[in-house]
Design a protein around this ligand. Sequence first.
Ligand SMILES: [Fe+2]
Length: 291
Amino acid sequence: MKLSPSNMPPVTRRRVLRMIAGSFVATTAGAGVNAAWIEPESLTITRRDIPCPNLPPGLDGLRVCLVSDLHYREPDEDDPLLERVVDAIHRETPDLVLMPGDFIDSDEKMMAPLLRRISGLQAKHGVFASLGNHDGWNADSGRARRLFEKAGFGMLINDHSRLSIRGESLYVAGTDFVWDGNPDPVRMLRGVPADAPLVTLVHEPDYFDTVNVHRAADLQVSGHTHGGQCRVPLVGIAPVKPRWGRKYVEGHFRKDGANLFVTRGVGTTGLRVRFACPPELAVLTLRGRSA
Ligand SMILES: [Fe+2]
């Protein structure tokens, strides 16, 4: 039957309400499917130039891959995304890979299988890690350090390494996790010359202000917040923010000559959902005075 104005059903208030309710249910169901199954697997790559006015010319253009918050908990569910992260890092051929913590979610036994899966990670000048609060709460830091070193990665817990790159020194330093841990910037920086180029790994981003009192890093990399993990679309507000991750939630910040980059990270904690906040691999290029 052909619909004409005379035989179309009348637009009643009840009918309009039913249409609105139907649209709402469909939208909510779609958002739920996206948050639970699509977005947590949708790896994004963020590229940023980081202005570092004090960088010596030999370090200009240094490329850093930042990967954080793997929250490895179920190999069957976590491995496909993890493999894509490792492949994406290798395609970038970075100078450094930095991993500022939360490798596991709540089970120390997941640390060894995770390390086996990422042990092939390579960068021209090394792969460095620091502990996150989930690592510190659930794993023994000495055992974690041994596993990382066995995999060929540097584990920096209130410690630093000096790298020699294209004839220049670069110091890579990391604190212990901050939330109920024992971060010690003084110990971390002991022996680092005051004017030396410095990159730091600090899991919790809000500790940036504390490290800055001791020393402005050319770049601090952090994770911890997951960018909020679920955000309000369009406005981008993150309703849930963890302790030590409420001021600097996501992205690039500059203060007193120091840079901070906070990544949304890769994994999830609590419910395995992400919304308007996809997993992220950050590729950061340090740019010196010439930039
Ligand atoms: Fe985390």
